[in-house]
Design a protein around this ligand. Structure first.
Ligand code: ISD
Length: 302
């Protein structure tokens, strides 16, 4: 039986996610409904992606009995309300990153999902790319010895984008871009908590961070450093340095298709989209979507 998706919001990221879903077999994934705050936006989105039902409110999507899982693509200050709504309606949820604005909100979302016994996942799509799967395999096999240093960055000039600079829209480099660097470092160090974190940054007049440099120290003298910036373009790659070699993820490290292991490069291309995308390698969201399906099947939740 196919996993039946409902899409919450008709914005850019929802567009890319829907295009990515359609690169997967139709017998496994179907998009059955879309909701936006304005009905016309939902209808336009539905027309573009051949989706049968369009709603002018998220509540209607939450009530749709044919939706197994909702993709939440609204901007981050709205994640809490959306996750509350859908999990309380007993829907499984894949919510865009960052899951929420702060720890308190994250806890509330997790509690809601637990209370309603539904599946919830933060859409850190990077984790499910074949490149990331390969990195975890290489590290587990000790291919580059003991990792001593991880360095990565993510910087894109986004000062013209309201959601990147306005506080009430969840602006700031760390929440939007730094999260990709942090999740990468956390993946390499297998989820270990750092012993110390030192950070320095500069803020915009709006009160959100423009550029942040972060140093992390882990047990056994292992280190990591990352920079994120909404002000300037950075290389956007990542390096894992071990005692016996290096692994490099070429740009774009958050949606990676190219891996260099001890100087040897391998490509892992993503499928071509049927419509132009907003984010590099956007069809790579198919891997997180398939992960959701596998988790639901394993839990007997569909
Ligand atoms: O892939 C992404 C993503 O999740 C973002 O938030 O790229 C963006 C950044 O805003 C850069 O465009």
């Amino acid at each position: 039986m196919a996993t039946r998706w409902g899409i919450c919001s008709a914005g850019k990221i929802s567009h890319d996610f829907t295009v990515a879903l359609k690169t997967l077999p139709a017998e496994d994934h179907q998009v059955v409904a879309v909701a936006a705050r304005k009905l016309e936006d939902a209808q336009e989105f539905a027309r573009k992606h051949s989706i049968s039902r369009a709603y002018g409110s998220y509540e209607e999507l939450a009530r749709d009995p044919e939706v197994d899982v909702v993709y939440v693509g609204v901007i981050h200050p709205y994640h809490l309300n959306a996750c509350r709504l859908f999990t309380n309606a007993k829907k499984n949820v894949l919510c865009e990153k960052p899951l929420a604005m702060n720890t308190k909100e994250v806890k509330e979302i997790l509690d809601c999902a637990k209370k309603n016994d539904v599946f919830l996942m933060e859409a850190v799509w990077t984790r499910f790319f074949p490149v990331s799967v390969e990195i975890r395999k290489l590290l587990a096999h000790g291919e580059i010895g003991e990792v001593k240093m991880v360095r990565t960055d993510f910087g894109v000039p986004l000062l013209h984008v309201p959601r990147s600079v306005q506080k009430d829209l969840g602006g700031g480099a760390l929440l939007d871009l730094g999260i990709y660097c942090l999740q990468f470092i956390s993946m390499v160090y297998n989820g270990e908590k750092p012993e110390s974190v030192q950070a320095s940054g500069v803020c915009l007049e709006t009160g959100v961070d423009e550029t942040v440099v972060v140093m992390l120290r882990f047990s056994r003298n292992r280190m990591a450093v990352f920079t994120c910036s909404a002000g300037v373009q950075l290389p956007n790659d990542a390096i894992i340095a071990g005692t016996k070699g290096t692994i490099q993820v070429l740009s774009s490290m958050w949606s990676p298709t190219s891996l260099v292991v001890n100087g040897k490069e391998t490509q892992y291309p993503v499928p071509e989209p049927y419509l132009p995308l907003n984010f590099p390698n956007g069809t790579g969201m198919r891997y997180e979507a398939e992960e959701v399906r596998q988790c639901l099947l394993k839990a007997g939740a569909q």
